[in-house]
Design a protein around this ligand. Sequence first.
Ligand code: TXA
Ligand code: MG
Length: 408
Amino acid sequence: MSLPLKTEILKIDGNCIKFSDRAHLDGSLPEISDAESRQALLKAASIIRDTDETVAFPTETVYGLGGSSLNDNSVLNIYKAKNRPSDNPLISHVSSIDQLNRKIYNDNEQGGELLRHIPQIYHPLIEKLWPGPLTILLPVPNSDKKTLSKFTTGEQPTFAVRIPANPIARALIALSDTPIAAPSANASTRPSPTLASHVYHDLKGKIPLILDGGACKVGVESTVVDGLCDPPALLRPGGFTYEDILNLGGKSWESCRVENKKAINAGEKVRTPGMKYKHYAPSAKVFLLIPNPDKSQHSPLKRLSQFLTTHKEALDQKKIAILTTFDLRDSQIEIENEFNSTVNANALVLNLGHSGEEIQANLFALLRKVDEDEKVDVIVVEGIPEDAEGLAVMNRLRKASGDNLVAF
Ligand code: TXA
Ligand code: MG
């Protein structure tokens, strides 16, 4: 057993990092106006470039746990810190197309077609959505000089890559000039981290450094698409919606299908290995309420109250959290009247957010708050319709609940 590491947390101000408009293409370095932030970034970049260790850092989606994609030991340290099954391949994060060409495709040619290693089908998407929460699959380069670690790719013929939008993430990758393999920086099976404190909770003593850049804006992981198969597929809903992919991808993406567990035949290989593992799970038991369109004329409050009455016995004597979309400021009295008659314990009622974007941004932080801080026994979550951001939100919630679904 290895000794625990001292986990340092360094604050970084993302607003002091400025990239040129073409930096994600040509790889030019950012200007960093705040000296402390610059020092912290250089320290993190040196860990990534010069050691086998890992660094947690904010991206626009969730915090990532990063190590060099090119170094077997760094990648093994990621799996070890997270306790992650090692057949689940990692996303490589690059700061520019130039870096992808040089560091992953081992191609130093200047002045050629910049997107030469990226199949045409992805061009409309990456031109519009990078830097940002879009991950694409590319063929593993078949050059003599191996670049990506086999542990990054899980020895698959493809690898996953994205250019993140968060300036701290981009600066870290650019300054280290190293593609960074980074899964979410949570202990395996737990909800993804959207604050540095979530990372510290799960990984203290296991990693040397956390860069604290505040809350992640998007709140769910990147959208993973596969344009190497026909028709192309959405493998994981995420920060960009399925509708974004259909609308922005051009003709080839109009037939994009959504891959999900139900669509996979028995014995067929799961193409997103992450899909088969327990994920996003709090310690508390989670009930996910699936909205029934026929009942939509009733208020969520009435329907929640009905759920609580029906499950009174299972919930009796339990500490309960209810995560809901109704506006708590407007309905405080109504809530007290409805719930006091149905649940004995003082249920903690928290608002998920109003828009899909808000719900997405709040989701993991709320699950962690009621689970880790409030230590409730049961979390009841009001599900939302599965379009736009709802597809990614419900994908995470289904897993968080271990498919403990209740019609409501
Ligand atoms: O937003 C994100 O994507 C975050 C931040 C840190 O960038 N990262 C993240 O990584 O969510 P991770 O490892 O938790 O999710 C990677 C997903 C997994 O579902 C994995 O199975 C899939 O991408 N994946 C990676 N390589 C793949 C490949 N070659 N083929 C199919 N799926 C792949
Ligand atoms: Mg993850």
